[in-house]
Design a protein around this ligand. Structure first.
Ligand code: BG6
Length: 300
């Protein structure tokens, strides 16, 4: 792992990027430009904050989030990779894969303009990751901070055989009051309802949240809009090379058990995750790559 001095010397950009220690051993890239600000933890290449200029944060971070090496942070944009949810065969492997809890190293940073800053991270493999994933699939995350936030996860298959993954950008969005939110874009779409043991259902109308919601919407490439009625703003979510959208809010009982959602945190957040999950697996041929990407922006 690079020291702070090395990170700043190699990848800091005056007026755009500086690396700081948030808590002992937990390093964050602080990004500033004329369009907004963001914080990105190098653990997990996890965006933990993004606020366009004159806007409240769009990305939610729990007030009770813990920042500790090797632990997943509650909030932001955790990367679920190379599997989403429980591992298919080994329950001792971490849920949602290991990408979100391991160190990623910056490989490039660039000020694209006064209003756009780009950072590229690469997951650093270790004996632990290799034990859980016996494939050679270098993965990079390209993050562009501007009027919109763009995140692209690039998986390359450098193996000799096809490799199948599931994945998601497990984004927590900040809302004023989740009870008044409407999620648009998934009308008439089939989903697996994890609250009812994975039962297959079809969405009727806009999604509203009045109890625990944990759904994997399948075979959908649709743009979603979080209409944050109480917050008087809309968050637009567009995606590419993603066939699934996961919508999750733990509601009060699960949030209390989880312990890191913060007081009434479940009312202030909603996860709308773009990815490829459940039946929507992705098989990457040897020598090929797969790019999952999202773009988030706000309108009023
Ligand atoms: C969602 C899953 O994507 O992530 C939920 O559908 C899960 O089932 C949630 O509870 C949070 O997962 P974790 O591992 O970050 O607590």
């Amino acid at each position: 792992m690079m020291t702070l001095d090395t990170l700043n010397a190699k990848f800091g950009l005056p007026g755009h990027i500086s690396f700081k220690e948030k808590t002992a051993g937990f390093v964050v890239a602080e990004v500033t430009n004329a369009a907004g600000t963001a914080s990105i933890a190098i653990q997990g290449a996890q965006v933990i904050r993004w606020a366009p200029t004159k806007e409240k944060p769009v990305i939610w971070l729990s007030t009770a989030a813990k920042f500790a090496p090797g632990k997943s942070v509650r909030g932001g944009v955790p990367i679920c990779w190379p599997w989403f949810g429980a591992h298919a065969t080994d329950s001792t492997f971490p849920g949602h894969g290991y990408a979100r809890t391991v160190y990623w190293e910056p490989v490039a940073t660039k000020a694209l303009s006064d209003t756009q800053t780009q950072l590229v991270f690469r997951l650093v493999e270790s004996d632990t990751t290799r034990k859980q994933w016996p494939h050679t699939t270098p993965v990079e995350c390209h993050i562009t901070v501007g009027v919109s936030l763009e995140v692209e996860l690039v998986t390359r298959n450098a193996d000799k055989i096809p490799v199948t993954i599931t994945e998601a950008l497990h984004t927590y969005f900040e809302v004023e009051d989740v009870r008044q939110v409407k999620v648009l874009g998934l009308e008439n779409t089939d989903y697996l309802d994890k609250v009812e043991g994975g039962k297959r259902k079809q969405q009727a109308g806009a999604i509203t949240i009045a109890s625990e919601v944990d759904r994997v919407y399948l075979d959908t490439t649709a743009e979603c809009i979080i209409d944050d009625v109480a917050g008087k703003r809309r968050i637009h979510i567009t995606k590419q090379n993603s066939q699934s959208t996961v919508v999750w809010n733990p509601w009060i009982d699960k949030a209390t058990k989880m312990g890191d959602l913060g007081e009434n945190g479940y009312l202030k957040m909603l996860c709308v995750e773009s990815g490829n999950a459940a039946d929507n697996t992705v098989t990457i041929q040897p020598g090929s790559e797969h790019r999952l990407s999202v773009s988030y922006r706000v309108s009023r």
